[in-house]
Structures are given as C-alpha cells and as structure tokens.
Write a protein that binds this ligand. Structure first.
Ligand code: NAP
Ligand code: MG
Length: 471
C-alpha cells in the first residue's frame, strides 16, 4: 500500500498541516492501493508565502538561467519516465500505450518551454514605446486527474519560463503521479519556493488559490462548472485567469472520404484517453445517405476495440478514474437509450471480459439528434454519438451548435474544402485528417471551452503582462 504523507513547500518535503486521509484506488480493480494525507488551507497559505518570497529574485533571473532550469527539469522528469508510466497505469488506468505517451509528454513539455523561452524576446519597440513583458507574480496551477503529470509539468514550465513562481494544486486522485514528478523536479535543484506542490481538495486548497490576494494568476484545467466558479472567485482580486475546460468536439466526416479509413480514425478520436479527454471527438457527423455504411463499419470496428486490463498492450480503452465517473457515464448511456438514440455498440454495464473495475463498454449511439443530452453534454467516457447531415452547410451548423469550442476534426480527401470549413468552425484547434499534436501551437477553447491559450508563445504570454515605457 502506498502512503503519501508529504507535500512540497519552499524546497522541502513537509508533513501537511491538514490531517484528512484520502484513499487511492486502482480503477482497473476498484481496490484501494494506498492513502494520502491532504493539505489544507493553512498549507496553501504557507505555499503561497514561499512562492511570494521567491518571486522578486526569480522574476529577475536572466533568460539563460531559466532555460537551464527547464532543461534540468526535463532531464529529471525524463529520468523517471518508467516509474511515472506505472503510476499513471496504477492510479488512473490509462492503457499502457497511452500511459507511455503521457509520461513522455510530461517531460517533453518542459523542453518545449525551454525552446520557446530561448527564442522569445521580452522587449520590443512599438512606435516611441519600449514594451517590456513582465512576469505576473505568483501563479496558482490547478490540474485534473485525466492528465495530471502532463499539466503539472506543462503549466509549471510556462509559468517558470515567464519568470513567475508557482503553487500547484494537483488532483488528489493523482497523488502517485504527483509524488513521482515532485521528487524528480526537486532533483532539478531550483531555488527554494520557486514552485510548491500542495495536494488537497479543490474546495480548500483550490479555493485559497482562486481567492488569495497574493495569487496574480490562475491556470486551471478541469470542468466547465469549476472553471466558472474560479473565474467568479478570482474577480474580486482581478486575477489573470486561463481556463481549459470541457468539450463536445465534432468529427466532420465529409462525403468524399474513404469511410474505411475515416471511421477507424473517428473512433480513435472519440475513444482517446479512454474517452476521458476534453478534446475527444464525441460527435461524429456523417452524410445521411451513407448512414447504413457508416453503421456497418462502426459495428465491425468497435468489436475490435478492447476495453480492459490497462497493462495489456492490446487494450485501447481503460477504466474510468473513479466509481463516481463510472456511475456518471453509465447514467449518460441510460439517458441515450431513454432519449431514443439507436444503440449501435456497447451499452450499460461492464464489458464482457471484466468482472471488476470501473470499465465501460465502448459505446456508440447512432441516429442521435444534436439536441439530445448525449450530444450536448460532455460525458467524459467512451460514449460517442453519430449524427447525420444532409449537406456541408448543415454539417457546419451542427458542428458549431454547441456551447463548447475546444477542438474539431475534419476527415476529407478535399484538402482545400477542409481548410475552408476549418476557417468556419468555432474551435481552438481543427485537425484535418490527423490526430497529431503540435506542442508549440496555441491550445485552448472558444466559447465555454475556456479562456486563453496554453503552449508555445501564447502559453508563455499568459503569464506575462505588457508594460510600455515611453521616453
Ligand atoms: P473538477 O472538479 O473540475 O476538477 C478539476 C480540478 O479542479 C481538481 O484538481 C479539483 O480538485 C479542482 N477543484 C474542484 N473544485 C474547485 C474549486 N472550488 N476551486 C478550485 N479548484 C477546484 O473535475 P471533476 O469533478 O474531477 O470531473 C468532473 C467532470 O469535469 C468530468 O466528468 C469532465 O466532464 C470534466 N473534466 C474535464 C477535464 C478537462 O480536461 N477539460 C478534466 C477533468 C474533468 P478536486 O479533485 O478536489 O475536486
Ligand atoms: Mg471535483
């Protein structure tokens, strides 16, 4: 059993003032695997104080010093890749192929930030003004359980590159990953207080970060509901706030596409990260006259998608992170049936091979209308909707008829047409015939998918404030 009794404040591993114990589970077995002692408000205050003390000196470090810090942090996290992969599988249940990618990503975002910083000019001339980009202050970084290590490293990398100091509140369900990453980052030997990691509840530690006067900036990834709450809470002190929230991403399968290639890619986009992905392509939009063909292909393809033991390299859909998430996804499957959608694959209950664990059958509903709840709300599990359109104008209208706008996918052999459609979709990213990631391009949402952008220069500038000096 894992016992985690430490948080990280002012360069040291310390026992939290908080006394609440929180159980950790292996979602693939639903068995407890350990306990963590949670930080409380007092711990959050101590972490903010340390970060505030470290800020004046750190904010004035030369760019080269911070580049060197980021490179050492990258090397340190890369050095624990295998351990981090196992932690991700054990406490989150990501299938091994995904977990390997997630652990690599946690390291690579640090190197990406070092490269961005290297090329970034903190001063520029505009007319008679010298414009200086100045770090905001202490940043509060709040991460979700679906990509905890990646967001700890990614948000921290951008904050430190800018010259901010940070207090991180990771998801408590991800305490094993946080522990591996914290130990590695400690090895990188940054000045004390530059980053602090306090694992505690959102309602306690998270609430302090979003209200404390000494926090200048909050960068949050998680649910839209909590994002709105943080925005309201931060308004009192006018915090700069970056929100990366939910999605209901459309996958536009155009009439010219080879469905034999497009359907497997659409399913991969939908079931990525076991469906627990803000960018998952959960609304598959297909030409009405090709529905029968699409349905046949989906039934055939889903039969080959394995949900089960995350350690098995053939598995592509792992369990939901918690019983609460499992119940939530089950409720949406039930709702789809009650709303009259046609159940094409999957359905309620555990997959046949699974007797325990929080597994969901990879589920696809067809003949869904865009007004059904399963097409409007983020389910955050492997449950997809097929919606038909009669022409491209209608496809575009359906794609944009959502409160979200994080990502969209277009599958077409007509690249010119795909680009024209991409320009008309309200989403922060549009992927044409690919599931690739570009770590230097901005990432974030339109509409209720968020505010602001992460990664690359845009992500760096989210931790900076411009100052014009005229003489
Ligand atoms: P959540 O509550 O938004 O959790 C995200 C992070 O915010 C966690 O670290 C959480 O801490 C923290 N938090 C919660 N309340 C807070 C508050 N009042 N102030 C500051 N921080 C706070 O998400 P969830 O409840 O775990 O998941 C629910 C749904 O959110 C999912 O089903 C999914 O639809 C969506 N979601 C989206 C993403 C994404 O990548 N966009 C990620 C995760 C979840 P606690 O762990 O203590 O609550
Ligand atoms: Mg929550």
């Amino acid at each position: 059993m894992h016992q985690i009794n430490e948080i990280y404040i002012n360069g040291q591993f310390v026992t939290p003032h908080g006394e609440e114990l929180f159980d950790l589970f292996n979602p693939a077995t639903a068995q407890p695997i350990g306990q963590i002692r949670l930080a409380d408000e007092q711990d959050a205050h101590a972490a903010i104080k340390a970060a505030k003390q470290a800020f004046p000196e750190f904010s004035r470090t030369p760019k080269a010093t911070r580049v060197a810090h980021l490179k050492r942090m990258h090397a340190a996290v890369a050095g624990v890749e295998a351990e981090l992969t196992q932690a991700i599988i054990e406490e989150y249940g990501a299938p091994v192929s995904r977990a390997v990618w997630m652990a690599k990503h946690a390291a690579s975002v640090l190197l990406d930030a070092a490269r961005v910083l290297q090329d970034y000019d903190f001063t520029r001339r505009i007319g008679i003004a010298e414009v200086i980009m100045q770090p905001l202050g202490v940043a509060g970084l709040i991460t979700p359980w679906n990509s905890n290590a990646g967001f700890i490293c990614g948000k921290l990398a951008a904050a430190l590159a800018a010259g901010c100091t940070a207090v991180i509140k990771p998801s408590e369900m991800s305490a094993l990953q946080t522990s591996v990453v914290t130990r590695a980052l400690h090895q990188a030997g940054l000045p004390a207080g530059v980053f602090n990691i306090v694992t505690g509840r959102g309602e306690t530690v998270g609430a302090v970060l979003s209200t404390h006067a000494d926090i200048a900036k909050v960068s949050f990834t998680g649910s839209t509901a909590v994002g709105k709450h943080i925005l309201r809470a931060g308004a009192e002190t006018l915090k700069r706030i970056t929100l990366e929230l939910g999605g209901k991403s459309p996958v536009l399968v155009l009439d010219d596409t080879d469905l034999k290639k497009a359907i497997p890619m659409a399913l991969q986009a939908g079931f990525m990260n076991s469906g627990q992905a803000c960018i998952a392509g959960t609304r598959i939009l297909v030409p009405a006259h090709r529905l029968a063909e699409v349905e046949r292909l989906i039934i055939k393809e889903v039969a080959n998608i394995r949900a089960g033991d995350p350690q098995d390299p053939n598995t592509s859909v792992g369990p939901m992170v918690s019983l609460k998430q499992w119940q939530r996804v089950q409720a949406y499957i039930q709702m789809g049936i009650e709303e009259g959608a046609h159940l094409l694959a999957g359905g309620p209950g555990l997959p046949d091979e699974c007797t325990a664990g929080w597994f969901i059958k990879p589920t696809v509903f067809s003949r869904v209308t865009n007004q059904m709840t399963i097409a409007r709300e983020e389910i955050f599990g492997p449950v997809l909707s097929v919606i038909t359109y009669k022409d491209e104008a209608e496809a575009l209208a359906i794609a944009n008829d959502t409160p979200y706008g994080l990502q969209a996918y277009i599958l077409s052999t007509d690249v010119k047409k795909a680009h024209t459609l991409a320009s008309q979709i309200d989403a922060g990213r549009v992927l044409i015939n690919t599931l690739a990631h570009e770590p230097l391009a901005p990432f974030g949402g339109f509409k209720q998918s968020g505010i602001g952008r992460e990664y690359g220069t845009f992500g760096l500038e989210a931790f900076l404030e411009p100052k014009s000096i005229l003489s």
